[in-house]
Design a protein around this ligand. Sequence first.
Ligand code: DGL
Length: 287
Amino acid sequence: MIGVFDSGFGGLTVLSSLLRELPGYDYLYLADSARAPYGSRSAEVVNEFTLEAVEWFFEQGCPLVVLACNTASARALRNIQRLHLPERWPDRRVLGVVRPSVEALAGLPVGTVAIPDQTAPSPAEGLVAVLGTTATIASDSYGIELRKLAPRLRLVQQACPLWVPLVEAGELDGPGTEYFLRKSLAPLLPPNEAPSRVLLACTHYPLLLPALRRILPAQTEIMDQGNLVAERLADWLRRHPEQEQKLTRGGGRKFVTTDDPAWFAEHGEKLLGAPIHAERVRLNRAR
Ligand code: DGL
């Protein structure tokens, strides 16, 4: 199974793109709902929680885990890839959403980036923006990667701490929501320069898309992270046949959560557009 991890149900926006792009594989989705949101937590805690989730996937036999959560990708992936995998699981892979998103933000076509050090910097110029949780923006993960791939591209990074609670509360539109959207979007709105692209670097934000589309300047492209991650994962699998061969292809989908499965299924079904049967699991220290 391909493991897909998120702090909560928002990662189903990424899973639904994976299912469209790569429908044949088996998927195991884990939502650490009992400890969500991650976006306001410290780097140390996000690291610890993400590592527990990754360990859990590996114990279930997943050869590949996708961190659909931006906060986990931004805060924990580097440690997992550099330290944890080589020491404990050298044959397994963990991928995140930051790198593929930055490739797309830099305007690099799918398939042009293989090994970061051998990548010619993109000639892209102008202004782009990344919107994310406090933890994602504080990590500067998007800035670090973008400076490598497109050093001439200017980046505005904006933390939107109230957007996840709004989505969790089902407040997707209306005057109250619009107030908080405009407040976080202020650096991207007139009289400031309009970015050519905005990346919604949080699994919850696609639910705010209709309201965001109305508020952001018409010439600003709003990037769909789920789709770009899915098409770049498909490309990664083509370039790594030795990893691809480890994946089973039964079309299975399994959903687990660390909190109430009925609550997860009810919220998740709306996002996924398909029925969900969820089970509860305990990660090492999750309560
Ligand atoms: N999944 C998180 C992300 O993409 C958003 C929710 C949270 O803060 O846990 O950053």
